[in-house]
Design a protein around this ligand. Structure first.
Ligand code: NDP
Length: 371
């Protein structure tokens, strides 16, 4: 069983040389309540970097809670879709396709009590269940375990658990941003997994939508295939505040923030009174501990801006509504789930590192095995 792990803590930008590929024997038969899954698609997520750090100055509790120590021959857990190859559970049998927390490896032995959901992907690709239609149930179990063992607060642990991009986009946009028809919406990392979905929900809600991304190819995709009203390459803008003033002469009502730091400051400076900011992610701060957003607080007060962090795990109660609506949009072609798929377990380090270089267009997945 080939697996990928990090060789040492990774505190700045990750590089391929921080990771290694190793092999362990695969447990031949599952124990009671265990399941052996052949991994098919793994979700590659930016938050994993925060788990590999030696420490994190302002979120020490978070990284301590689900830190992954290097050199333990311990798999890096990751959400994914796989096929049951052997089962010690009555409800699962060989050949079932399941989604849940698997790992950066070819096969995962899923431990007792850990939830696996059967995937019934008749009319949508199975990769969508590691992507836009991913669920959370497994994390809840894990959280209970961690809470018991490590005496940490469940919500703190949750902050490092991955959020399936669809529920994150749906809950963050509809619940945190509370959009109204005609409002002006700005999205950063807009061609990424979460951002591309937020933009499509915003268009379906009748908003005016502008996204920023890191290349011309991505900007063209936003304006063409994804139907954004406008888009720009933030890497070509010397002054982000004036760039946003150009794209939003009448101000921003909603900012969906995936990147933090300078872009958050610039967006807040351009917000309208009673504007809402969904603080979803801060990827530009993950690689640079010195980089921290400092939005103008006086601006926030006088313009009565709501700036709210959120985690998709707080929105499990919306999952059914989200899943029904989004599957329908996808089936009818009203939404597109962008996927950027690399092939083979050995491609995991490059896939992961690429998130921080902006290599991915849409959801980054690694296809580790064939059905
Ligand atoms: P993406 O698919 O958006 O991939 C990451 C993208 O971020 C890159 O392609 C790149 O695009 C952009 N990026 C990378 N480095 C920087 C930088 N220094 N400055 C600006 N942009 C950068 O990832 P996800 O959609 O999976 O995640 C998006 C954000 O949402 C992340 O911050 C993630 O941690 C967060 N998240 C939060 C959840 C929650 O529950 N709150 C759940 C899931 C994700 P570009 O070319 O445009 O630079």
């Amino acid at each position: 069983n080939k697996y990928v792990s990090h060789k040492h803590h990774v505190d700045g930008y990750p590089s391929e040389s921080d990771f290694e590929l190793a092999t362990t024997p695969l447990q031949p038969a599952p124990g009671s309540d265990e399941v052996i899954v052949k991994n098919l698609f793994l979700s590659i997520d930016p938050y994993q970097l925060n788990r590999m750090k030696r420490y994190s100055s302002s979120h020490t509790a978070i990284t301590a809670a689900s830190k992954i120590e290097p050199g333990q021959a311990r798999r890096i857990d990751a959400y994914g879709v796989g096929k049951v190859v052997a089962s010690g559970r009555a409800e699962l049998e060989e050949g079932d396709v399941v989604a849940g927390l698997l790992g950066w490896e070819q096969y995962t032995v899923v431990r007792p009590g850990t939830v696996l959901m059967k995937v019934d992907a008749k009319d949508l690709p199975i990769s969508y269940y590691a992507n836009v239609l991913g669920e959370y149930s497994l994390h809840l179990h894990q959280i209970k375990e961690h809470k018991k063992d490590a005496q940490i607060d469940a919500m703190i642990f949750l902050t490092t658990a991955t959020g399936p991009s669809g529920l994150t986009a749906f809950a963050g946009f509809y619940d945190v941003c509370k959009p109204k028809k005609g409002e002006k919406v700005f999205i950063s990392a807009a061609s990424g997994s979460v951002g591309s979905l937020v933009g499509q929900y915003a268009k379906l809600s009748g908003c005016y939508v502008v996204g920023c991304a890191g290349s011309k190819q991505k900007v063209d995709l936003l304006k063409g295939k994804l139907g954004f009203d406008d888009a720009f390459n933030y890497k070509e803008e010397a002054d982000l505040k004036s760039a946003l003033r150009r794209y939003f002469p009448e101000g921003i009502d909603i900012y969906f923030d995936n990147v933090g730091a300078a872009m958050l400051e610039a967006a807040v400076a351009n917000m309208n009174p009673f504007g809402r900011v969904a603080v979803c992610g801060a990827i530009s701060e993950y690689t640079n501990a010195g980089e921290r957003a400092a939005p103008d607080l006086i601006d926030i007060i006088y313009k009565r801006i709501t700036l709210r962090g959120f985690l998709s795990v707080d929105y499990l109660h919306l999952h059914e509504q989200f899943s029904a609506a989004t599957s329908d949009h996808l089936r009818r072609g009203r939404m597109i789930a962008l996927e950027d798929v690399s092939v083979g377990i050995e491609s995991v380090p490059t896939a992961f590192v690429g998130l921080f270089r902006g290599d991915n267009v849409g959801k980054k997945l690694v296809r580790v095995g064939e059905l």
